[in-house]
Design a protein around this ligand. Structure first.
Ligand SMILES: *Cc1c(COP(=O)(O)O)cnc(C)c1O
Length: 347
């Protein structure tokens, strides 16, 4: 019998992460919610404060290296974890990095612009460029292509990590791998999961995990929590990415459109914007488990998990896997916005 993920080996890859990341029990938070909660600690992937993009970058930077690139270009939000980790990966591989920071969050304060990931981008030696629009991925990619063109004109060998939906979802392969990894850890403990919950942004983590789990015969629901756009726009994106990833590993038959599960009840008022449910999730995880969540991604993903449990969509007593995708430097960039709420919560 062929190995279920044999198709992965066709893609160049560089090892950047500390894997396997831990699979931790979260008994106090689980008890507070009436479930058995486990956390896949991809905030502990090791590279420059870690996160899910480390697994994704193993494939992008693998391709960059295979093409003999010397300069990496990437675009993202001002507090993007992806660009911070691309800068870190480029350092490891001896490449230069150019970062285009997009104005996605309209009420950005001084800390948002200078602390957290931005501080780390600068420390990692990235060349920063700014880009005004926040919602136009094709335009952001086009601007990056122009920059790549001018660098090539100077004799550099640029490699562009595209954000847009019209480029192959290479990074999602990292979560096909991760799905296999976490199920090996679960099997070693003698159990499986009734449900999986993760943030759904570019959709590469969500689609990769979904395809990876189905490819090894796992049938539990994989709940994606919208953090970047509402469910009506996120659902087709996850479908497209999952179909592409299944095809990329030669397992198209494992993906069916009706298998895509996204919810956006904790998404408003929008990308990178706090709400009460996210505050509550960050606070509960910290107090119950010393588990730190970020306000943009993992805080919302945990808020989504809590909403599913309270609505009965995840049944009481279920064994649930929460995919912690990192993002921790973002906590510091949101200090001013978290402060009034923390004062209130602790009063
Ligand atoms: C990018 C990111 C996500 C979303 O992952 P996608 O693969 O883009 O959907 C979730 N959590 C953190 C911390 C991230 O940086």
């Amino acid at each position: 019998m062929p190995r279920p993920l044999a198709g992965i080996d066709d893609y160049p890859r560089v090892r950047l992460g500390h894997v396997p990341t831990p699979l931790d029990a979260a008994p106090h938070l689980g008890a507070a919610l009436g479930i058995e909660l486990w956390v896949k600690r991809d905030d502990c992937t090791g590279l420059a404060m870690g996160g899910n993009k480390v697994r994704q970058l193993e494939f992008y930077l693998g391709e960059a290296q295979a093409r003999d690139a010397d300069t990496v270009l990437i675009t993202g939000a001002v507090q993007s974890n992806f660009v911070r980790l691309a800068a870190a990966g480029a350092c490891r591989l001896g490449m230069d990095v150019h970062i285009q920071l997009e104005e996605r969050v309209d009420d950005a304060d001084e800390l948002y612009r200078t602390s957290g990931n931005v501080l780390l981008d600068r420390l990692l030696g990235a060349t920063l460029h700014s880009f005004p629009a926040g919602e136009d991925e094709a335009a952001a990619d086009a601007a990056l292509e122009r920059l790549a063109g001018s660098l090539a004109g100077e004799g550099r060998k640029p490699y562009v990590i595209h954000l847009g939906i019209d480029h192959p979802p290479l990074g999602g392969l990292g979560y096909v791998v991760a799905a296999n990894e976490v199920m090996e850890q679960a099997r070693a403990r003698g159990f499986g999961f009734d449900a999986v919950v993760c943030a759904s942004g570019s959709a590469l983590t969500h689609a990769g995990a979904l395809v990876g789990l189905r490819a090894i015969g796992e049938t539990m629901p994989v709940h994606g929590v919208c953090v970047r756009r509402d469910a009506s726009r996120q659902r087709p994106r996850v479908s497209k990415r999952a179909a592409e990833l299944a095809a990329m590993i030669g397992r198209s038959e494992v993906f069916a459109e009706h298998d895509v599960d996204v919810s956006d009840e904790v998404y408003p008022p929008g990308y990178g914007k706090l709400n009460e449910a996210t505050h509550e999730a960050m606070w509960m995880a910290a107090r119950c488990e010393a588990l730190l969540l970020d306000p943009v991604y993992t805080g919302k993903a945990m808020a989504g998990l809590i909403a599913h449990v309270r609505a009965g969509r995840i049944a009481a007593g279920s064994r649930v896997l929460f995919l912690h995708t990192g993002g921790l430097p973002g906590i510091f960039a949101y200090a001013a916005r978290l402060d009034p709420w923390l004062s209130g919560a602790n009063a």
